[in-house]
Design a protein around this ligand. Structure first.
Ligand code: ZN
Length: 268
């Protein structure tokens, strides 16, 4: 038994065969799937899917890569969406300096505006999470760990984060753990060039990390390059267990317990 703690089930990729996707997950022993919102529309669709399917749960939020499209204040709508009992966290939120406006012909001033908006809606989402006693799903990419942890520091003790799709080094892992947050691992752990992630897996104590697919992205070997789906948590789990030197039942127990602790509403 495993959980997929980060999936984008609302993406159009899954529309043609959604029932089969869920059936294959079930057959692979993936008993809970968390569908992550990236803006209001996607968050609403995630909540609707959670309402329709027992094994599906939702996270509601606004992704940093789309920050400039967000309203000035994302809090009112997120509060409303998060009232649903199957919403287990707020996100995905965080900071991403990879695709700033200057990479698409924008000016340095556009970049500054984008970074500022990312930080603003990140703080707002942490605030909603703290208010509602929920944790946060954190997207952190590029040279943003310092800024991300700095913003989270003012919410210490009120909300924690899971740094999803963790692919940083051991020092980054240490800093995230010291901040009271945890990480989750994707199919990158199966990639030939994923040794740094396998090193992080080996260093992360059992019970302090979770598993995810980030589907439809990042399909593990042997599906690399194809559409990813929740059933592939199985392949990810096998690679993680090998990197950790533990058995699959041990890994199942520890990762599910970590998820239930981090997302208490998942127990319902
Ligand atoms: Zn995601």
């Amino acid at each position: 038994m495993f959980y997929d703690t980060h999936a984008h089930l609302d993406y159009p990729d899954f529309q043609p065969d959604f029932a089969d996707v869920l059936a294959r997950a079930r057959a692979a022993g993936v008993t809970k799937i968390i569908s992550i919102g990236t803006n209001f529309e996607s968050s609403r669709r995630a909540v609707a899917l959670a309402g329709q399917h027992n094994e599906v749960f939702a996270v509601v939020g606004w992704h940093p890569s789309d920050a400039l499209a967000a309203p000035d204040d994302v809090r009112p709508v997120l509060r409303e969406l998060a009232a649903h009992p199957k919403v287990v966290a707020v996100g995905e939120t965080g900071l991403d300096y990879y695709r700033l406006p200057s990479t698409k012909g924008g000016t340095p001033a556009d970049d500054a505006r984008d970074k500022q908006k990312q930080a603003t809606i990140f703080r707002q989402q942490l605030e909603v999470a703290a208010e509602l006693r929920l944790n946060c799903v954190i997207h952190q990419r590029g040279e943003t760990l310092d800024d991300t942890l700095a913003i989270m520091t003012s919410f210490a003790g009120r909300t924690r984060g899971v740094f999803h799709c963790f692919s940083g080094d051991l020092k980054a892992l240490e800093r995230i753990r010291a901040a009271g947050s945890l990480v989750s691992f994707t199919g990158i752990v199966t990639f030939k060039n994923g040794q740094n992630v396998r090193d992080a897996v080996a260093a992360a104590p059992l019970g302090e990390f979770m598993l995810e697919t980030d589907c439809p992205f990042l399909a593990p070997i042997p599906y690399r390059g194809k559409r990813c789906e929740p059933a592939y948590v199985r392949e990810i789990a096998e690679a993680v267990a090998q990197a950790k030197g533990c058995s699959l039942p041990e890994l199942s127990q520890a990762t599910c317990a970590a998820a239930l602790d981090f997302f208490p509403r998942l127990a319902s």
